[in-house]
Design a protein around this ligand. Structure first.
Ligand SMILES: Cc1cc2nc3c(=O)[nH]c(=O)nc-3n(C[C@H](O)[C@H](O)[C@H](O)COP(=O)(O)OP(=O)(O)OC[C@H]3O[C@@H](n4cnc5c(N)ncnc54)[C@H](O)[C@@H]3O)c2cc1C
Length: 377
């Protein structure tokens, strides 16, 4: 590792890797630092793998803009580079007349956000597409799909490495200090601690991004960067039942959209799973509580009554890095250069929860825009 990098990215999850692929160039020295032994072991490997269309997020928010743009870019990348995906489409199913009213609100918001091809289906139209689903009406989102997120990360790594980016695993950032022309970064690897300087520093540390921001001297409480961990558990559904539906099936989301409600998705092998649930937690722990099975069962049988209790098995869990407190208002992604905090060239990405996977290539372009502004300034 040279002692003067141009750009250093903290975190080799899907977001840090998308940025590494975007900024890669033989003309600059770029590093990705990752504390784990390999890439993508945290949020990016414990998620649903859905390419969202951009329905849920407030109009004009970064979440909405990056999701809609990312959706298009991801499908193009998948097609061009053979990354696994299936454009299955999705239904948001209303199971009561009350929820039907909410469908119209969601449809209009999604359309304003630019989500493609949304339309409301009557009960008859819904039944034609998905005969086993029970409900009174639904939104059809044809551009929702699933992606092989591992293959996507491998693609970003290959592109980054082609452009000369170096990725250092088992390298944890433990200190950040502002110096004359950038930042002195102190890292800890298997051999001990050492420091180097970098002109630009990009914080993509996922569940630990608030702590990394704090290392640079930011008061995270004052800045509104304190993360709240929110666990999402998944239960798999017996393979015998996988033939019951063809699309991803979502309920009408609960108020304040802490999540989008326990839904039914597939992986690329066609295995059906339910989740993720929502439980705010104090620490990172990926155990799935079998006691929550009833909650999953009650959620799914509202729209898919032919599922039986014994079809469900605990599968896995992920943790969301939320800026939104339990019961609090929805919060947008924070993606910003911290010049106004006296830290020019320190770019923070905070609270990159869902739709972060969908949004990652658009986030990477947005960060590139911030870098260009800094360089030109
Ligand atoms: C349950 C769940 C379901 C989801 N489903 C979807 C979905 O279907 N579709 C969608 O679009 N999005 C989804 N998301 C969101 C998406 O998965 C995330 O937005 C995305 O994976 C975040 O990637 P990341 O790179 O920011 O974080 P991560 O993948 O966590 O990467 C951050 C990396 O930083 C490293 N790091 C942290 N601190 C340091 C340090 N000090 N030094 C060095 N390295 C460090 C970590 O080890 C980690 O590897 C879901 C998220 C969850 C939790």
């Amino acid at each position: 590792m040279s002692h003067k990098a141009d750009i250093t990215i903290i975190g080799a999850g899907v977001v840090g890797l998308a940025i590494a692929a975007q900024v890669a160039s033989q003309d600059r020295e770029v590093y990705v630092l990752e504390k784990n032994e390999t890439f993508g072991l945290e949020i990016s490997s414990r998620q649903s793998g859905v390419i969202h269309s951009g329905i849920y997020y407030p109009e004009g928010s970064l979440k909405a803009k990056m999701c809609v743009a990312g959706n298009r870019i991801l499908y193009e990348l998948c097609e061009r580079y053979g990354i696994g995906q299936r454009r299955l489409g999705k239904l948001i199913v209303a199971t009561s007349d009350e929820e039907t009213g909410e469908l119209q609100t969601l449809l209009e918001r999604g359309q304003r956000n630019g989500a493609e091809g949304l339309r409301i289906l009557s009960k008859r139209e819904m039944k034609e597409l998905e005969p086993n689903i029970e409900g009174v009406a639904a939104i059809l989102s044809p551009s929702t799909g699933i992606i092989d997120s591992y293959a996507l990360m491998k693609y970003f790594i290959a592109k980054a490495k082609d452009g000369g980016v170096q990725i250092a695993y088992q390298t944890k950032v433990v200190g950040i200090e502002k110096v004359a022309d950038g930042y002195k970064v102190t890292v800890e690897d298997g051999t001990g601690k050492f420091s180097f300087t970098t002109r630009l520093l990009i914080n993509c540390a996922g569940l630990h991004c608030d702590k990394v921001a704090e290392l640079a001297g930011i008061d995270i409480a004052k800045a509104g960067y304190k993360l709240h961990y929110c666990k999402g558990e998944y239960f798999s559904i017996s393979s015998r039942k996988s033939i019951l539906v063809k699309r991803l099936i979502y309920p009408v989301p609960p108020p304040k959209v802490t999540g989008v409600g326990i839904h039914l998705t597939f992986d690329l092998e066609g295995r059906m799973r339910l989740g993720p649930s929502i439980h705010y937690v104090d620490s990172i722990d990926y155990a799935v509580d079998d006691q929550h099975k009833q909650l999953f069962y009650d959620s799914v049988r509202r729209f898919l009554p032919s599922i039986e209790y014994d079809d469900l098995e605990p599968e896995m869990a992920g943790i969301r890095p939320k800026l939104q407190e339990s019961g609090g208002d929805i919060k947008d992604f924070v993606i910003r250069d911290e010049s106004d905090k006296g830290l020019p060239g320190f770019i923070n990405l905070i609270g990159i929860e869902s739709p972060g996977l969908t949004a990652c290539p658009a986030i990477a372009k947005y960060v590139w825009g911030l870098i260009e502004e800094l360089v030109i300034r």
